[in-house]
Design a protein around this ligand. Structure first.
Ligand code: NAD
Length: 247
């Protein structure tokens, strides 16, 4: 018996990295999965899962696309139980005054507004379902500062604050809202290929566990927060970071 048997889940950023690993794991655990991404790689993730998945081309910074993504899940699979707002982009490490203003709009549009829109437009479907679980990918950089990452860190800190406030707004609807704060994980953002076939580089990193996390190690945390094993957990930002934040 799977941990998500009978559930319908949407995963954004499902074409690569943590989103791809999570879509595959959610399906292994019995969920029907809508794989959403802007890259086109959402199609190969859905194809790998097979009949219990579908791909929906989605730019999470677009309210029109988000509404279409949620409508498609409900129309195709009958309901929505889980939304994993995972899509995200990073940017250059640089002094904050060198941040390009147009890039700032794009970064906020994807990493923060995209999560807000996901939550906003999923609520009616989750409410109609009697409740559900929303998980978002923030970052360790949303909980502490890092030199050169002011713009990215601000988007992820925003996701943490949004998670706590949304958990309060939605508790009476039986909708739980949580976030994952990954540390350094070897994915597309760290130079991996979309399907994660490249070996994780054997480098020593400057924190307790010293190694890159693997996308699957974020997917297992997402599974916990998405499913009923975390039925009394809401409003948390869970570090999954190999001890990065412990120092
Ligand atoms: N890799 C890390 O070390 C790390 C650490 C902390 C947080 N994160 C966060 O993890 C999440 C997943 O990233 P990842 O590391 O798996 O990287 P990734 O690049 O492998 O995957 C991100 C996916 O999001 C998609 N995406 C980008 N913009 C989009 C948009 N506008 N609409 C829809 N999809 C879009 C990309 O096409 C890609 O498939 C992101 O939110 C990222 O900020 C990553």
């Amino acid at each position: 018996m799977g941990k998500l048997d009978g559930k319908v889940a949407i995963v954004t950023g499902a074409g690569s990295g943590m989103g791809r690993a999570s879509a595959l794991l959610f399906a292994e655990e019995g969920a029907k999965v809508v794989c959403a991404d802007v890259s086109g790689h959402e199609k190969s993730t859905a194809a790998e899962i097979g009949g219990n998945a579908m791909a929906v081309h989605t730019d999470v910074s677009s309210a029109t696309d988000i509404k279409n993504m949620i409508d498609t899940a409900v129309t195709s699979f009958g309901k929505l139980d889980i939304l994993f707002n995972n899509a995200g982009i990073s940017g250059p490490h640089q002094p904050l005054e060198e941040t390009d203003d147009d890039f700032l709009d794009t970064l906020y549009g994807v990493n923060l507004k995209g999560v807000f829109l996901g939550i906003k437009y999923a609520v009616p479907a989750l409410r109609a379902n009697g409740g559900g679980s929303i998980v978002s990918t923030a970052s360790a950089m949303g909980l502490v500062g890092r030199k050169g990452l002011a713009a990215y860190g601000a988007t992820k800190g925003g996701v943490v604050a949004l998670t706590m406030a949304a958990a309060l707004d939605l508790a009476d609807d039986n909708i739980r809202v949580n976030a994952i704060c990954p540390g350094m994980v070897y994915t597309g953002l760290a130079g991996a290929d979309a399907e994660g076939k490249n070996p994780v580089p054997d480098v020593e990193l400057p924190y307790a566990m010293k190694r890159f996390g693997r996308a699957r190690e974020i997917a297992t945390a997402a599974l916990f927060l998405a499913g009923d094993d975390s039925s009394f957990v809401t409003g948390v930002a869970l570090p999954v970071d190999g001890g990065y934040l412990a120092e």
